[in-house]
Design a protein around this ligand. Structure first.
Ligand code: ADP
Ligand code: ZN
Length: 306
């Protein structure tokens, strides 16, 4: 049997990871490039895809990008990074640059939605149709999966920017340039650093009170999610969680306290978990998008044939 080869590009804020993979998620080749200006970043990635294509057919490609991005296929700027503050990247057609020369199925989504899809296929959310993947790093992002698909609408999920009830006694103004004390403004790595002032984030003990101030807004965000799309599991990744894994249990405890018995919050081990793919969730995200696009294409073909 001919091996299915898939290519996935994870376009991150600081680095891009391009992966050539097989359909079971095995990475065959991988390259990491720094994210510079678009004209220095996209052509080398496109050249890498062309190299992989010349070595054998690519069944599908997936692109997972930092946001905000336009996901609506009917929009004229579909596939663009839109209103980012990242210098040089505003209104950049990332999908167009990477899709050039590829005739087959392709998938495009945010980096965090893609990581969520990868966790559903190979990681800690297998078999679940409703779950969430939360990343707490430079920002707070949520990949929210409802009925098996990342949410769509006017925009992709931006739960990291919701306003939440503040922890009693905490009046720190927060660090989001748009909202101050939204979840990202209170719990992202840069927000924690701003709150710490002189104290280095790596030197803070795991039982330092500052982690209560971080767990609380994330638990409030989960409270909102639980009462809207009701995920059956919430996975937590990103640099802050990797560095402070105790936060997952703290978020679960604060969530239970906040929900206050109104509905059952499942036990922590089943409900608030680390990603099953660890730090591979990011790079495998676009591979999972490619595979989903291939499945979709095959199903559409079968419907036409029937
Ligand atoms: P990105 O969101 O850009 O992909 P990461 O997910 O790697 O990046 O997260 C980076 C953030 O994680 C930084 O803001 C950094 O301060 C924070 N971080 C790194 N190590 C730790 C740690 N040990 N404890 C808490 N936060 C950490
Ligand atoms: Zn905000």
């Amino acid at each position: 049997m001919v091996e299915v080869r898939l290519a996935g590009i994870e376009l991150g804020g600081t680095k891009c990871i391009a992966s050539l993979a097989s359909a079971d998620g095995t990475i065959l080749e991988q390259e990491t490039l720094p994210t510079l200006a678009p004209e220095q970043t996209l052509p080398p990635l496109a050249a890498l895809l062309a190299k992989w294509r010349s070595a054998g057919p690519l069944a599908a490609i997936g692109v997972a990008s930092f946001g905000p991005v336009e996901l609506d296929p009917a929009a004229p700027n579909h596939g663009h990074v839109t209103s980012t503050s990242k210098p040089g990247w505003r209104d950049t057609d990332v999908l167009g640059a990477l899709r050039a020369g590829h005739d087959g199925p392709w998938g495009f989504d945010t980096d965090v939605n893609a990581a969520a899809v990868a966790e559903g296929r190979w990681g800690a959310a297998q078999g679940l149709a409703d779950y969430a993947y939360v990343t707490v790093g430079t920002g707070v992002g949520v990949g929210l999966i409802v009925n098996g698909l990342p949410t769509r609408g006017l925009a992709h999920c931006e739960l990291g920017h919701i306003r939440v009830a503040r922890r009693s006694g905490d009046a720190w103004p927060g660090a989001c340039p748009y909202h101050g004390d939204c979840v990202e403004g209170l719990a992202s790595g840069p927000a924690i650093k701003a709150r710490l002032g002189e104290r280095a984030i790596h030197a803070i003990a795991s039982d330092d009170p500052v982690w209560d101030e971080v767990a609380h807004p994330l638990a409030q965000m989960c409270h909102t999610m639980l009462l809207t799309t009701a995920p059956r599991r919430i996975l937590f990744g990103g640099g802050v969680i990797q560095g402070q894994p105790q936060l997952i249990g703290m978020i679960h405890a604060a969530l239970r306290e906040s929900v206050a018995g109104y509905m059952t919050v499942p036990e922590a081990a089943d409900f608030c978990c680390a990603p099953g793919l660890g730090d591979k969730a990011g790079p495998l995200g676009p591979v999972a998008l490619a595979l989903a696009a291939l499945d979709h294409h095959a199903q559409a073909g079968a419907r036409v044939a029937a």
